[in-house]
Design a protein around this ligand. Structure first.
Ligand code: MG
Length: 355
């Protein structure tokens, strides 16, 4: 057996191009936790974006990963299935983003060792991936107008709503473009009749689908809404573990899978397979994150119906170069593993760094 891995951890502050506002929060930056898995002269890169909605923070993810490090350094990476199952238990609850950082770094390392891009490991054809949407956060009407024009290169838009300005926002975007629009309410509507009225209105404007219109716990109310509208309804905040998928199928038409919710690539693959067996549609989404996370997700994109892998397009200091987005097409980098390379922003000082 080779010598133990060296594990490097840090919190990276990603600067947002525009202040990012949803029903949950408003911020100019996002802190993600990054992990480098270095063994036998090969480095695997991983990243997780902890989200307060799920009881996570970058500080707590870093702490959990530090505690995991002595065990992870000596665990056998070639037996990644039991390794990741054990890591999930050792990290404890509310650490799916931390687990994603471990999973991504391992798959990047393994792919490099095997000289195999991640999509080839899963037997997928990247040319069959759906186009990705580009997201617009909640903003003033003037900024929404500006951002819609700036998003000219992206053929599908995903618009965040859920505050009082919903209808003005969508009307503004629709007045500027005829391209497909998806809408994400981030649990913003609590009255079923209001949700039905708004969804009918969105449908009339040619909106393609609506994501998480009501709070995650309002399953029965969402089921009622679904029975009265035609637009497909997708679960995001309501979909946080594989075991919850069977009970979502009455209330939702599909689920939004994110590596930071599932705990990485391996579990995301299982979520997608389970969703398929339950005849749920699948969207592959992401948090605000670097190209590390969105590139890893892009390798799985041929498995899904809808893509929303724009996290790295929303930031100004991406520490990696990876998947490129050209007219909505996801263009994977050619290398093995995730295929990502550190960018000029990789060497910026971290908020916290430990060897
Ligand atoms: Mg969402």
């Amino acid at each position: 057996m080779s010598s133990p891995a060296r594990i490097e951890l840090e919190i990276k502050r990603l600067a947002l191009r525009h202040t990012w506002t949803t029903t949950m929060s408003s911020s100019d930056f996002r802190d993600t936790v990054r992990l480098r898995y270095i063994r036998d002269g090969v480095t695997g890169y991983g990243e997780g974006a902890p989200i307060s909605r799920y009881g996570e923070s970058a500080a707590s993810a870093l702490q959990a990963l530090e505690a995991l490090t002595p065990w992870l350094a000596t665990a056998d990476p070639w037996r990644f299935d039991p390794l990741l199952a054990r890591a999930r238990i050792l990290l404890g609850p509310h650490q799916n983003a931390a687990l994603a950082a471990v999973d991504l770094a391992l798959f990047d390392w393994l792919g490099k060792q095997l000289n195999l891009p991640l999509h080839r490991y899963f037997g997928l054809n990247p040319a069959t991936a759906p186009l990705t949407s580009f997201s617009l956060g909640i903003d003033t009407l003037e900024c929404t107008r500006q951002k819609t024009l700036e998003a000219d290169l992206y053929p599908i838009l995903k618009i965040k709503v859920g505050l009082d300005s919903d209808e003005e926002t969508i009307t503004t975007v629709r007045s500027l473009t005829a391209k497909p629009i998806r809408v994400d309410a981030n649990e913003g509507w609590t009255d079923p009749e209001e949700a039905i009225r708004k969804i009918h209105w969105l449908e009339a404007l040619g909106v393609e689908l609506i994501e998480q219109p009501m709070p995650a716990h309002m399953l029965a109310e969402t089921r009622y809404v679904r029975s009265r509208v035609h637009l497909p309804i997708f679960a995001d905040e309501a979909c946080t573990r594989a075991a919850s998928l069977p009970q979502l199928r009455e209330s939702y038409d599909g689920i939004n899978v994110k590596l930071d919710k599932s705990g990485g690539v391996l579990e995301a693959y299982r979520w997608i397979a389970l969703a398929r067996s339950l005849e749920l549609k699948v969207m592959l989404g992401c948090m605000v994150s670097s190209s590390c996370s969105t590139t890893a997700a892009a390798h799985l994109a041929p498995l899904v119906d809808f893509c929303d892998l724009d996290g790295h397009l929303l930031i100004a200091n991406d520490p990696f170069r990876g998947v490129q987005v050209e007219q909505g097409h996801l263009i994977l980098p050619p290398g093995p593993g995730l295929g990502i390379q550190p960018s000029e922003h990789a060497i910026e000082p971290s908020l916290f760094k430990k060897p």
